[in-house]
Design a binder for this molecule. Structure first.
Ligand SMILES: Cc1ncc(COP(=O)(O)O)c(C=O)c1O
Length: 382
């Protein structure tokens, strides 16, 4: 059987760590999880109630390709409520998680061979989706000194060397949890407009911000693609429902591709997602748990020998420089899992070069387990 060259993308190391960790747990080992980028809490009661109601009505069918109108309207309202930005429901596309949104957006905006810039370190799926779609990935290295944020100047430099068709930027960022400032984001949006390149802004960690202002790129322009999801703040990873806000002229192209690729997002998940907007109390309590874990790690990490990291603004990750301990983060994570029973993700997932000196620690799990993980790592590193 023939296997395409385009399918030859890198594996997601975090998932490989997870299966190794699960195998050890099945063998009876006590394993603490700091590799997972997903909420450890159950889905909110209001989401389950909305899903039950939909199931009890009995018919779950196809919906409009861009999502049910009620959900598109409710998402549009989120922009008014959270940021004071007016977004017409007609520019909202509901998708199969933000992952579905990236696929649709890239197909609707770029042609095979187009060059797309990715600030690095960054979320690995951008690179792999772009590659599988036949696009050329242009890595734009960022630095810890610049809080791992892409500057407008760095994008302009990459574009001047050879033109880019677009860039994909996340704020807060995965793996570092650092966030762009309002001025930085405004400058980036302006630079992309001037260079006539498309900015795809991944705002999936909005709602989970602990320090600084949460700013959407839509505040500065309607001519950006903003991607978001019910997976993180709303604790709905497994429901596979996300969305994007599109410039007017991309709505119909995305709709045509969505009709053909997916027909529609899952109706059950969309109905359930409507319930998520009624779950603020529960969701804010979950966020308070992350905040407690963040405070704990800010204090404990330096004490246990992981003293090189940037304080996290949002999301639920610490990206630690472990070069004092290793220059092979893959081997470090493997040994930490087997010897200390703590799973974390090698930085190589997010940065194929410098990532060999970094490890991403997720604090999406329970605070007491994270405290225990610190004890184990501390003893192991001694
Ligand atoms: C930065 C970022 N974007 C997108 C995703 C994909 O999320 P989903 O497809 O569940 O919406 C993730 C998942 O970890 C992520 O970290």
């Amino acid at each position: 059987m023939r296997v395409s060259r385009r399918s030859d993308v890198a594996p997601f190391l975090a998932m490989d760590v997870l299966s190794d960790a699960n195998r050890l747990a099945r063998e009876g080992r006590s394993i603490l999880h700091m590799e997972l980028g997903e909420p450890g809490t159950p889905v909110p009661a209001a989401v389950r109630a909305a899903a039950e109601e939909a199931l009890n009505r009995g018919r779950i069918g196809y919906t409009e390709a861009l999502g049910i109108p009620d959900l598109r309207a409710r998402i549009a309202r989120l922009y008014a409520d959270r940021y004071g930005v007016d977004v017409p429901a007609g520019r909202v596309a509901v998708t199969a998680g933000s992952s579905g949104a990236f696929n649709l957006a890239f197909l609707a905006m770029f042609d095979v061979g187009d060059r797309v810039g990715l600030p690095t370190p960054g979320y690995p799926a951008y690179r792999n989706i772009l590659t599988a779609l036949g696009l050329e990935v242009v890595e734009i290295p960022t630095t810890a000194d610049a809080r791992w944020q892409a500057s407008a100047a760095a994008i302009e430099k990459a574009h001047a060397e050879r033109p880019l068709a677009g860039i994909v930027v996340a704020s807060p960022n995965n793996p570092s949890g650092t966030m762009m400032t309002r001025e930085g984001l405004k400058a980036l949006v302006g630079a992309c407009r001037d260079m006539k390149i498309t900015l795809v802004m991944d705002e999936i960690y909005h709602g989970l911000v602990y320090a600084g202002d949460e700013v959407t790129a839509l505040e500065f322009s309607d001519d950006v693609v903003v991607v978001n999801s019910f997976s993180k703040y709303f604790c709905m990873t497994g429901w596979r429902v996300g969305w994007m806000v599109l410039p007017e002229r991309l709505v119909r192209p995305v709709e045509r591709i969505a009709q053909n690729l997916f027909i529609s997002p899952s109706e059950l998940s969309q109905r359930a997602a409507l319930g998520a907007f009624e779950a603020s109390e529960e969701l804010e309590a979950v966020k308070a748990g992350y905040e407690a874990s963040r405070r704990l790690l800010l204090r404990r990490m330096p004490e246990i020998g992981l003293d090189r990291f940037l304080p996290v603004d949002g999301a639920f990750y610490f990206y630690a420089d472990v070069s004092r301990h290793t220059n092979d983060s893959l081997d470090f994570c493997r040994r930490m899992l087997h010897e200390a029973g703590v799973a974390a993700t090698p930085g190589l997932d997010f940065d194929t070069g410098r990532g060999s000196s970094y490890v991403r620690f997720s604090f999406a799990g329970r605070t007491d387990e994270i405290a225990e993980a610190c004890e184990r790592i501390g003893a192991w590193l001694k």
